[in-house]
Design a protein around this ligand. Sequence first.
Ligand SMILES: [Zn+2]
Length: 68
Amino acid sequence: MTTTATTTTTTRMLTAADRCDRCSAAAKVIAVLPSGSELFFCRHHFTEHEAGLAKMGATITEPTAELV
Ligand SMILES: [Zn+2]
């Protein structure tokens, strides 16, 4: 028996087609709101909205963490 369960634990990957929701720069960070909405941010705009996202209880994912 095969059970096709729908899990939300998909590993999101960013591609060059993913763009920041605030500008047209390449997205670097994904913020998933408790409602399930996904928001894409470039580094610049993520920094700008980080506090607000945290307040909303967003889950932050950085698929390409290139922190030195
Ligand atoms: Zn941006």
